[in-house]
Design a protein around this ligand. Structure first.
Ligand SMILES: Nc1nc2c(c(=O)[nH]1)N[C@H]1C(S)=C(S)[C@@H](COP(=O)(O)O)O[C@H]1N2
Ligand SMILES: [Mo]
Length: 173
């Protein structure tokens, strides 16, 4: 019995470590299970991301001029990476009517900004628009955390939306 039980635990552990992440369904109580970010709207696979599930994504670093005018190094997950995880095609599949799709990003204070989908995919843009959670190796400030969008090269900071809670793909009419 005990052997079977440990085997079950081992298989569970293996599935959790190596299987596809069960996004937003860790089943753990407490802060680790708290949904920090939703990726939804017109996406084939909506995501509800916790700190734990976000940890599964490849990370990216970008250098950009911060609001104080200094260049800082921001770390996080590219918005394009999150869209691909939601199965939003950003390569050859991004054509025709899909070029009128946009990404609406909402913050805790209800501030909202949009990006066109092609702005966020490497097939169209060299610039990496980042959902940052760290600056110069430190956690973001309380007024920015848990996530702030960083848009390298953009002269105004209006789309550097802080305290992001939701990313939603929409179709233009
Ligand atoms: N959540 C949230 N993010 C936001 C804003 C806001 O009102 N709410 N303002 C934007 C604007 S207009 C600018 S210029 C930058 C910098 O804002 P600050 O000058 O108020 O720091 O943050 C952007 N991000
Ligand atoms: Mo602004």
């Amino acid at each position: 019995m005990r052997g079977a039980f440990s085997l079950t635990l081992a298989v569970l552990g293996w599935t959790m470590a190596l299987g596809p992440p069960v996004l937003g369904q860790t089943g753990e109580p407490g802060p680790a299970a708290e949904v920090l970010l939703r990726v939804g709207g017109e996406v084939p696979r909506p995501l509800a991301l916790t700190a734990g599930t976000l940890g599964h994504f490849p990370r990216a670093t970008v250098s950009a001029t911060d609001r104080d005018g200094r260049v800082a190094s921001f770390e996080g997950v590219a918005l394009g990476t999150l869209l691909r995880a939601a199965e939003v095609g950003l390569g050859e599949r991004l054509r025709g009517a899909r070029l009128a799709e946009y990404v609406l990003i909402r913050a805790a204070d209800d501030y909202r900004v949009v990006f066109a989908v092609p702005e966020l995919g490497p097939a169209f843009a060299d610039r990496v628009v980042l959902l940052a959670d760290r600056r110069n190796g430190q956690p973001l400030g309380a007024d920015e955390a848990p996530f702030m969008v960083v848009v390298p090269g953009e002269k105004r900071h209006s789309r550097w939306i802080r305290q992001v809670t939701e990313i939603s793909v929409k179709r233009s009419e």
